[in-house]
Every structure is written in C-alpha cells, then in structure tokens.
Ligand binder design. Sequence first.
Ligand code: SAM
Length: 236
Amino acid sequence: MSDQKKSAGDADLAAGRLKSYGRRGGRALSHRKQQLLDIVLPRIRVPIGADPLNPRDIFPEADKIWLEIGFGGGEHPVAQAAGNPDAGLIASEVFFEGIAKCLTAIEARKLENIWLWDEDARILLDAFEPACIDRIFILFPDPWPKVRHHKRRLVQPDFLDQLARVLRPGGTVRFATDVADYAAEAEGHFGRHPRFERLIRRDGDARQVPPDHFQTRYETKQLGDIEPVFFDFVCV
Ligand SMILES: C[S@@+](CC[C@H](N)C(=O)[O-])C[C@H]1O[C@@H](n2cnc3c(N)ncnc32)[C@H](O)[C@@H]1O
C-alpha cells in the first residue's frame, strides 16, 4: 500500500476502529469556548491511566454511575445530572463545539456530578473496569444513512460486547433513533446478543417517550424518517 493510501486509511480509523462520527472541529471556537476547553475540561476530564478505571473513584458519593455516549450539545446529560444528584454521570463526545456547549451548561448550573470524556467513547469503554456502570444512554447516534456507511454505525456486535463488559448485571442501556433501518438493525443486534434483553415498558410502544427522557437537540431537528423510538435493554 502506498504511504498516501495508508495515511488516508489511518485517518479513517479511531481507536483502531472505523470512525463512527463525522467531524470533531468546525469553525473556530469563540475565545470563551476555547477557554472552557483549555481550563475547565482538564478539571473534569475522566482520567485514563494504566490501571482499569473505577468511576466510583471520581464519584465516591454517587449511588449509581451513568454513562452517555455521543451527547452532542450536552442537553441530555446535563438535565439528567441536575435531576439526579445521587448519580455520577460520565458523558462522552468528540465534537469540540458540543463539548464547549456542555461545559458552559455545567458551569452555569454548578453541577459537580458530571465529568466528560472528549475522545472516542470506545477508548473509554476499554478503560473501565468490568461491571462498573449502572446505565448507558445512546441517543440518536449518527445515522450514517448510506448503505456503504452502515458499518460506521456505533451499534455493532463488538460495541455491544464493550457495553456488556462495563455494565453491571441488571444495568440498562437506552438506545433512541428516528431512523427506521437503524432502529431495526440495532434491535436485531441487541436481540441476538446473549447479555441483553429488551425491557418492554408498560405501554409496549417504542414510540412513547419514556417519562425520564429529556429531549435532545438532534431529536428536535426531526431529520429521520420515523417518529423517535426508544428501546431499553437490560444486561443479564
Ligand atoms: C447525531 S449526533 C446526536 C447527539 C445527541 N445525542 C443528540 O441527540 O442531540 C451523534 C453524536 O455522537 C457523537 N459520536 C459519534 N461517535 C462517537 C464516539 N465513538 N465517541 C463519542 N462520541 C461519538 C458525534 O460526534 C455526534 O455529536
């Protein structure tokens, strides 16, 4: 393989895996947002080292540890952290503008129970010790609509293995999308995985917005081809 081709291929890989996100940067950040990334983020950035990461070391007083993957502008993890002071939240996103927005809200609301991870969430998942997370949110992940891009979708069998490893037995995952074929594909992957079982809510209808959901920015854009659907799975 030529060097040029090799580096184009490398650029497409994140954490040794195909990139599941579109871009990390966009236009230049305002001075304030850059300051948040430079000064506030390091204070609440999840520390990954040689030893397996126990999130209870970050949140010693928390009753439960929740993880959000791909938080966009952070509306959901911020609302969950504010509404659940007994939870310690770890929220992951790679898009700098979104991370800065989330940091703005964390500062404004003086939240102390939310820390961030600003690289690929799959690196973070590998770093956790086993069975240390109570709940995971994956809300409106990048839909990658073209068939040749479906392999970039986050929900894949090996990603579910990663989720199953870090969830404690009885822990749950909420997956939401407004794209019909992603909903079917994800339901299939979770359904075939030996460690996940679907939790059917009382109404039994995935289109019913769960009572503990906070609407996300992406969700409001209604870019998909169906009404949003919400699936909860329990790790057995
Ligand atoms: C379509 S957006 C939805 C954002 C948010 N959940 C919402 O509903 O508003 C998906 C987000 O997931 C992020 N993302 C994709 N792959 C990721 C990964 N491997 N690790 C962390 N974030 C990721 C993207 O950067 C993007 O901001």
